[in-house]
Design a protein around this ligand. Structure first.
Ligand SMILES: NC(=O)C1=CN([C@@H]2O[C@H](COP(=O)(O)OP(=O)(O)OC[C@H]3O[C@@H](n4cnc5c(N)ncnc54)[C@H](O)[C@@H]3O)[C@@H](O)[C@H]2O)C=CC1
Ligand SMILES: Nc1nc(O)c(N)c(N[C@@H]2O[C@H](COP(=O)(O)O)[C@@H](O)[C@H]2O)n1
Length: 226
């Protein structure tokens, strides 16, 4: 089953946290990293987040730079990449920023466990893909996206979606900006949460980039089994 070239982009603290224990967003990146993130969005066919991120941060996932949106339009693309939310139980509020801000296609991926009336109200706002029994079946979803012409997929978290994708061997590369703060908290989300790997199964990665950026460092990893 072909799947898109898929990369995770995230910002984490020195201690590997991506938000506070109350799941409140923290500004970890500086302006240079946000600019880099915007370029990644602008150069991707689609940007994906989990419903936990939408409920916590209410992101719009739009390309922020006027120039970059204009360049996409000039290339015959929508001004924003396709924005995708993985939302097994169709919990996304219908007034979420993703529906209110920015032009372009939106896909909500739900599972068969989603309530019928919730799914019907989402169909008025976005394309709904129902795939999987209790949770969204991520390998099937990525295969459908590839068939739809999405060949470069940016993942913007959060911790559980990142785990689901890495566990299923669906991630090609990980870009993590490590900022100059310590968040702490045993329950604060990390770059990859979930159940964790057994010792024999831990993916071993190749370091393909390391760069000092403002007061932090950007690391780029390639997953060897991808
Ligand atoms: N610093 C950064 O770069 C970023 C930080 N964040 C932070 O991450 C936190 C959100 O992370 P999480 O709570 O872990 O939520 P999440 O955004 O990873 O969404 C998790 C949800 O995805 C859904 N899902 C459906 N199918 C799934 C599957 N097969 N595998 C895994 N998940 C599946 C489930 O409903 C699950 O509850 C927030 O606090 C947010 O601020 C989010 C994005 C970027
Ligand atoms: N890359 C990065 N650095 C930070 O410091 C962050 N706080 C985040 N947060 C994520 O960025 C998304 C915001 O999207 P919009 O500006 O609303 O389009 C959102 O998903 C946050 O979790 N990322």
């Amino acid at each position: 089953m072909p799947t898109p070239f898929t990369f995770i982009n995230a910002a984490m603290s020195i201690d590997g946290k991506i938000s506070t224990r109350q799941r409140r967003q923290v500004r970890i990146s500086g302006d240079v990293d946000f600019e880099r993130m915007d370029e990644l969005r602008a150069s991707s066919d689609a940007v994906m987040v989990g419903i936990g991120t939408v409920l916590a941060d209410d992101p719009s996932l739009t390309v922020k730079s006027d120039e970059k949106r204009a360049k996409r339009l000039a290339n015959g693309l929508d001004e924003n990449p396709v924005r995708i939310v993985v939302d097994s139980k169709a919990r996304i509020p219908t007034d979420a920023d993703i529906f209110r801000k920015g032009a372009g296609k939106i896909i909500i991926a739900v599972s068969e466990s989603a309530a019928f009336d919730r799914v019907e109200s989402l169909r008025k706002k976005a394309m709904v893909i129902m795939i999987g029994g209790d949770q969204v079946d991520l390998p099937e979803l990525l295969s459908i996206l590839d068939e739809m012409g999405i060949h470069r997929l940016m993942i913007e978290g959060g911790a559980s979606l990142n785990w689901g994708l890495v566990k299923n061997g669906l991630v090609d590369e990980i870009y993590s900006f490590i900022g100059n703060l310590i968040i702490g908290g045993a329950t604060a989300p990390t770059l990859i949460d979930g159940d964790g790997f057994g010792e024999a199964d831990m993916p071993v990665c190749s370091l393909i980039g390391a760069e000092k950026m403002e007061e932090g460092v950007l690391l780029k990893w390639k997953l060897k089994n991808a």
